[in-house]
Design a binder for this molecule. Structure first.
Ligand code: PLP
Length: 444
């Protein structure tokens, strides 16, 4: 617990701000990822691989805003272009503009199965719209999602989300009938998924299976390499659409997203985060032209339409940010570079785990790296009793995350790291030093 003195002595500015904020903002902060132990840091700015707090402390930034900044934070070539667009064209007009087309086209060039693309406000909205479109197109109602997966916080999809930080709100404010058509299988367990699809056949069939291709929570619970192929085969057998939630993996898993990485064709793809290049309004869905035509604006005779709206959706600022970010990501080979940084970091942490003989697990898929104090999530991909073990894990990761922060490393909830193109040998060395300090001081 000696790391706690760091927060008392070095973070006085943050502490004063959060104490005042608690009066005006419920809980003091607006963002779930800012709800940190022992108190949230007030961040002054983010630049490349680093974050700076209001007390002038510098941190290696592995939160990367939750994933959108694959190029590193405030990446100048993109920021400058976006500022130009705002200056020259206004951030919002409510009408068609060229950047909508540029964004849809560059996504299609890199992810050819995304034949058409429609902008939305967030990943949450995009997941919500994806299941609405699937229901419209197929005329069926049931949606199958996998236990522990995160598909945003809409009424239908957040229900029975089995991850520790959100577990407490699952039951509140959501009418139970809304989730009636959302069935869950266990991650990676193809047989349980088949069973769910068979049961659904007796109740009108399945409109779509919605998965995160790397496994629930961006691979926090890992799926086997051929998982997506097997799910695709099942969807074909049961005439259900396959929806990939690529909110995290699009452009991070490679220019072709997770669908390119696994070479598996989804019918619809859900986007977020990187599609606005670290700027606001990051969301969209794309896919087969015949399915996407349900979203055509205006009324077309003879077409079934899934209604969506949004005053600020597809605004020039977000579309330009997404377009220029994707262009840079592809030209700079950012996913590969960020992935190599993830590989180096993972190997370094593994060495330390071995050196100190800790009951600790680390694994990565390119730039997405997970670590577990107990290994509970990692070891129990198909273990339905996993959820009974979660409180212990939550307790540990909170303190582990705080100890890392006191060593100048910011992670996502003390259990995940997003590397970016801005990381380099220096930031990795700095990070490994921090991990070693924390590992040395772990009470056993
Ligand atoms: N789907 C996945 C896989 C996510 O990781 C997230 C957010 O972290 C979402 C959906 C929701 O996206 P948003 O936060 O933009 O609503």
């Amino acid at each position: 617990e000696n790391y706690l003195s760091y927060f008392d002595t070095k973070c006085k500015g943050s502490k004063a701000l959060i104490e005042e904020a608690r009066k005006y903002i419920p809980g003091g902060v607006q963002h779930n990822l800012a709800f940190n132990y022992p108190f949230p840091l007030a961040i002054d700015r983010a630049e490349g691989a680093y974050l700076y707090d209001v007390d002038g402390n510098r941190y290696v930034d592995y939160l990367q805003a939750g994933g959108p900044t694959l190029l590193g934070s405030n990446y100048k070539p993109v920021t400058d272009k976006v500022l130009e667009v705002i200056k020259d064209h206004s951030p919002v007009t409510g009408l068609f503009h060229e950047y909508e087309l540029k964004l849809a086209k560059i996504i299609n060039e890199n992810m050819p199965w995304v034949e058409q693309y429609r902008c939305l406000a967030s990943g949450t909205e995009a997941d919500m719209v994806a299941i609405r479109v699937a229901r419209t197109f197929t005329g069926k109602e049931r949606i199958v999602k996998v236990g522990g997966a995160y598909h945003g916080w809409s009424d239908q999809l957040v229900y029975s989300l089995h991850i520790p930080y959100t577990k407490t709100f699952e039951a509140h404010g959501i009418p139970s009938e809304l989730s009636a058509n959302t069935t869950e299988g266990y991650p990676g367990d193809i047989e349980s998924l088949r069973k769910v699809l068979e049961e659904n056949e007796r109740a009108g069939g399945t409109a779509a299976v919605l998965i995160e291709p790397f496994g629930p929570e961006s691979g926090t619970r890992m799926a086997e390499f051929d998982y997506c192929t097997k799910v695709r085969e099942l969807c074909d057998e049961f005439d259900a659409l396959l929806i990939f939630d690529e909110v995290v993996t699009a452009f991070r898993a490679g220019p072709g997203g997770a669908q390119g990485y696994f070479n598996v064709r989804p019918d619809l793809t859900v986007f977020g985060k990187i599609v606005a290049g670290g700027f606001p309004m990051a969301g969209g869905i794309g896919g087969r032209e015949d399915i996407m035509s349900c979203l055509a604006a205006g009324v077309q005779a003879g077409k079934k339409r899934a209604y969506v709206g949004g005053t600020l959706t597809a605004n020039p600022l977000s579309c330009a940010a997404g377009y220029y970010a994707i262009k840079e990501i592809v030209e700079q080979d950012a996913a590969r570079k960020a992935g190599e940084n993830g590989d180096k970091l993972c190997a370094g942490i593994q060495k330390l785990i071995d050196k100190y003989e800790l009951p600790f697990v680390v694994w990565n898929i390119g730039s997405i790296l997970h670590f577990e104090v107990s290994g509970v999530m990692y070891l129990s991909v198909t273990d339905p009793d996993i959820f009974k073990k979660i409180p212990a894990r939550q307790h540990n990761i909170e303190k582990f995350g705080a100890a890392l922060t006191a060593n100048g490393i910011i992670t996502l909830a003390g259990s995940r790291i997003y590397t970016s193109m801005a990381d380099n040998d220096d930031t990795i060395e700095e990070t490994l030093k921090g991990f070693e300090d924390v590992f040395q001081n772990i009470e056993r």
